[in-house]
Design a protein around this ligand. Structure first.
Ligand SMILES: NC(=O)c1ccc[n+]([C@@H]2O[C@H](COP(=O)([O-])OP(=O)(O)OC[C@H]3O[C@@H](n4cnc5c(N)ncnc54)[C@H](O)[C@@H]3O)[C@@H](O)[C@H]2O)c1
Length: 332
């Protein structure tokens, strides 16, 4: 089968690509070609695989050509992220809304006898608290999204487009709402939630980190491995098992920032935690603190998806996956 990952040079796109190449199949079909579309070229290890091809440049300019390629499946991950969209309103509209519509229309225009399966990466940022619709303590499968940022609004609109193009039979679309993914390796991107990786990643590299929210702030998190598992499960689910066209909330581990730092201390000692200093940032606190921290979902349980068990195991996963990025002695 021929697959497209947009945002394929990014954190999750590249990890998804590595996972699919290692599995060699998706939904029981051999992965012959994996096209990675991104503003940037994919990492060298991915380009070294003969099954991988790159399409480099702004996705909006590439959609028409990509539509003619006859993909069996698409993972649409390319996105300007939360803080970027708050800083640059036009960028958010173009990169997220216009590009997603153009991609869907290109697939619609060139669909053959079988429509491509299409997974869209939405976000916990579709939820927020509106005076008329306060956020409930626990988000359920039927909680209505009330996004409070441009990024969240664009994600929610695109969820609806994916559902409607599916209803019309143009694609076989499904949306997975991702929790904040931690620990992100490498350099931070423009996400408002970036510090939730930085407060672990930087101390493990012997560097200082800033935390812009209070230690008691609670977050809905998922590890990179659980997130990729969720995207693949959503792709592979039958329509009946996925259950409707409404977006699915992926599993969330609820932790406070303090619990994250306690896990860091258990792995790397109090010296590592001492590298994190608290410098409140009202804008970040409003955005990240406005996202829900607790989720319950019978739908994702039916798909067999479970949250990470605890944050210490997530820190250990990061250490195992990124040995070269951990430069301080560990206690485990
Ligand atoms: N990582 C998280 O915590 C998280 C949480 C919720 C949702 N998501 C969603 O998951 C997806 C992947 O996130 P990520 O963490 O890998 O982000 P990332 O920033 O690492 O990767 C996104 C990639 O998209 C590319 N991109 C952005 N705009 C583009 C454009 N106009 N044309 C072509 N490529 C473009 C970027 O170059 C980047 O490589 C995104 O849609 C994001 O909104 C991520």
């Amino acid at each position: 089968m021929k697959l497209l990952i947009t945002g394929g040079a990014g954190f999750l796109g590249a990890r998804l690509a590595r996972t699919l190449l290692a599995r060699g199949q998706l939904n029981g079909r051999k992965v012959n070609t994996l096209v990675l579309a991104d503003l940037f070229p994919p990492p060298a290890d991915l380009m070294a695989d003969a099954r991988v091809q790159a399409r480099t440049g702004a996705l909006l300019d590439q959609c028409a050509a990509l539509g003619t390629e006859g993909f069996d499946g698409v993972f649409h991950l390319a996105s300007a992220v939360s803080a970027e969209c708050e800083l640059d309103f036009e960028l958010g509209l173009r990169s997220n809304l216009d590009t997603t519509r153009a991609l869907l229309d290109a697939l619609r225009a060139h669909r053959g006898t079988t429509v491509p399966r299409f997974v869209f990466a939405s976000s916990v940022a579709v939820f927020g608290s509106d005076p008329a619709l306060p956020l409930p303590a626990v988000v359920q499968d039927d909680t209505l999204p009330t996004p409070q940022s441009s990024y969240g609004v664009h994600k929610f609109i695109c969820e609806q487009l994916v559902a409607d193009y599916t209803r019309k039979g143009f694609i076989d679309g499904r949306t997975a709402r991702l929790m904040t993914v931690s620990v992100r390796p490498g350099r931070p991107n423009g996400a408002a939630s970036g510090f939730l990786s930085g407060i672990i990643r930087e101390p493990l590299a012997g560097l200082d980190a800033v935390c812009p929210v209070a230690p008691e702030t609670r977050i809905a998190l998922a590890s990179p491995a659980r997130t990729i598992e969720g995207l693949i499960a959503v792709f592979e689910a039958s329509r009946e098992d996925f259950g409707g066209r409404t977006a699915l909330n992926l599993p969330a581990l609820t932790v406070s920032v303090q619990q994250m730092l306690d896990a860091l201390a258990a792995v790397a000692g109090p010296e590592a935690v001492a590298r994190v200093r608290f410098e409140p940032d009202a804008g970040v606190a409003r955005m990240v603190g406005g996202w829900p921290a607790r989720f319950e979902s019978a739908r994702r349980e039916r798909l067999g998806l479970r949250p990470d068990t605890d944050f210490k195991s997530i820190v250990l996963q990061y250490v195992q996956d990124n040995p070269a990025a951990v430069t301080i002695p560990l206690r485990v």
